[in-house]
Ligand binder design. Structure first.
Ligand SMILES: [Zn+2]
Length: 550
């Protein structure tokens, strides 16, 4: 989409679109804007009128300004580009918010910087209380090695320290932490986990997989209901700043659901939440007569979440072909087909949408078998089965997804931000990963999904990643899966709304829909796609209110 003539532009805008019988006076009119509506019937507009948190009219400056009444506020957007608010369909806001509230963000570029962050936190923490770090990623530090027990002891000698890796499958402890967890050089490894030793037999401080549970037992859980609410408030502020107006919480608990409601009641929830409930809590929810869709346009109960396999970054996704350089390693399943089926059937029967985490092709096929069986035994109109991540695919997976009309929620920022981890998959396989082009060509509706904290959430980064398939170091991964900017925006807006059964409520700028939008500092359609990530988000609006202003 480049320069448009005035005639083309007016044609694209169509006639003034109004809510039927819109006699309501607008509360607010935004005019002189460059609106990309994601509404195929009228893709562009200059102005919108908003009343009661919804769009009531969209069209040219002249048409919309004519609707102004005495109390209508008018804001001149100065030709700025406006898009519908972004929908991050799979992320972990409530738990991420609590981490940001209490832990040190270790997404830093050197061991020294991480030591400084931990030392600073220790200075504000009474001795012997835990200092915790998260989002550490050894592949992103300049030192070319992992954190050690010595690094952590040097930084923080008088507090127990545990730093978890961004991938979620390893952690790093200092000496005091090892002592409190009662781990010494002779402690045997638990099943499915490891306390790493150096060649001389000394503990390195690195702890893998299920060995981390030894620490979870001794770290006191001090989070109060207020902490839960504050965590939601904090993460919502961080996310709306980047243009996100709706999220899918991909692994909610009843406490998370409560936290979202508490934040909303306190006036601290500037984004909308579709909250998946983890399968371990589902009986309580079903017993209460609750099913998918319960709630309102701010906090709504989503589907039931299950997990079929491991992670892409941790190289535990269950694959049909081994990891590059690890000839016997195919990844791991996290649940049997029977478990997925029993839980899925119960929830489906009670009216729940199903969302199942599956990264590797073998795991995805297992999930599809479960969905197909449930659908056959208990057909339900429009079940919108979701495959969370749906990372490594093949032709048969696509055909089976088409038959079910299943929804994939692939990582949107992975190529750009975590490109270096693609080497374990190889160039050939990467052509079938985060496969947006294939999904769109098959008529499926993939969403934008950060999976934060593992992945980054800014929608502008997602657009760049999806349009360029290039990582931050300039390496191209699977160029065959590129999509156009227009497609990427639709993926991040309308498709997210569809994935939560809310396509009539949001996802585009249309009369009657919720007034959720983002105002950008530059027009992404005029941008070199390699700089999309730098596009400034100047303002974010949810429900007709500015929730972020530069
Ligand atoms: Zn997730």
């Amino acid at each position: 989409m480049h320069e448009t003539t005035r005639r083309e532009f007016l044609h694209a805008m169509g006639a003034l679109a109004l809510v039927p019988l819109a006699r309501t006076e607008p509360d607010l009119i935004l005019y002189n804007g460059n609106f990309w509506t994601v509404n195929a019937k009228a893709p562009q507009a200059q102005a919108v009128a908003i009343s009661g948190g919804r769009f009531i009219a969209i069209g040219s400056n002249e048409d919309v300004l004519n609707l102004a009444a005495g109390r209508s506020r008018k804001i001149d957007l100065g030709q700025k580009t406006v898009l519908p608010g972004f929908i991050d369909a799979h992320t972990h806001p409530a738990s991420a918010g609590r981490l940001h509230l209490r832990q040190v963000d270790c997404d830093l570029r050197s061991v020294a910087a991480i030591q400084a962050g931990l030392r600073e936190r220790a200075g504000k923490t009474p001795p012997n209380q835990w200092v915790l770090g998260f989002k550490y990623d050894d592949t992103k530090t300049s030192d070319g090695r992992r954190l050690t027990v010595h690094d952590l002891d040097a930084a923080v000698p008088d507090h127990p320290v545990l730093v978890t890796h961004r991938g979620g499958h390893e952690a790093f402890a200092n000496s005091l932490a090892l002592k409190l967890a009662k781990i010494d050089e002779k402690t045997p490894d638990p099943t499915g986990g490891q306390f790493e030793h150096d060649p001389a037999g000394h503990l390195t401080g690195r702890i893998n997989e299920r060995a981390i549970e030894a620490f979870e037992k001794v770290i006191p859980s001090t989070e109060t209901r207020d902490d839960y609410r504050e965590g939601v408030k904090l993460i919502a502020k961080m996310m709306t700043k980047t243009g996100i107006t709706s999220v899918g919480d991909a692994l909610g608990s009843p406490e998370d659901l409560q936290a979202y409601q508490d934040a909303r009641d306190a006036g601290d929830l500037p984004m909308r939440v579709y909250c998946f409930i983890y399968h371990t809590y589902i009986d309580r929810m079903i017993a209460a007569g609750i099913r998918t869709g319960f709630g309102d346009e701010w906090v709504r109960v989503g589907g039931m979440k299950q997990v079929a396999d491991g992670a892409i970054a941790g190289r535990t996704a269950r694959l049909s072909q081994p990891y590059i350089g690890h000839p016997n390693d195919y990844g791991t399943f996290s649940a049997t087909e029977d478990e997925l089926y029993e839980n899925g059937r119960k929830a489906h029967k009670a009216g729940w949408q199903l969302g199942t985490h599956a990264n590797g092709d073998v795991a995805i096929e297992r999930v599809l078998s479960v969905y197909e069986r449930i659908n056959r035994e208990m057909p339900r109109k429009d079940p919108r089965f979701r495959i969370e991540h749906c990372t490594v695919i093949n032709d048969s997976i696509v055909r089976r997804m088409q038959a079910l009309n299943a929804i994939p929620t692939p990582f949107s920022t992975y190529v750009y931000y975590h490109g270096e981890k693609m080497q374990y998959y190889g160039e050939e396989r990467v052509q079938h990963m985060f496969a947006l082009r294939t999904f769109l060509d098959a008529g499926l509706r993939p969403t934008q999904a950060s999976d934060y904290p593992p992945g980054e959430f800014p929608p502008m980064m997602a657009l760049q990643s999806e349009v360029t398939r290039t990582d931050m170091n300039g390496h191209l991964w699977g160029a065959n899966q590129r999509v156009s900017l227009e497609e990427a925006i639709r993926i991040g807006t309308m498709n997210g709304a569809y994935a939560s059964y809310e396509e009539n409520l949001k996802g585009s700028i249309e009369p009657g829909k919720l007034a959720d939008l983002v105002v950008l500092g530059r027009d992404p359609f005029k941008e070199d796609p390699s700089y999309l990530v730098t596009t400034p988000v100047e303002r974010t609006m949810t429900g007709g209110k500015w929730v972020y202003e530069l």
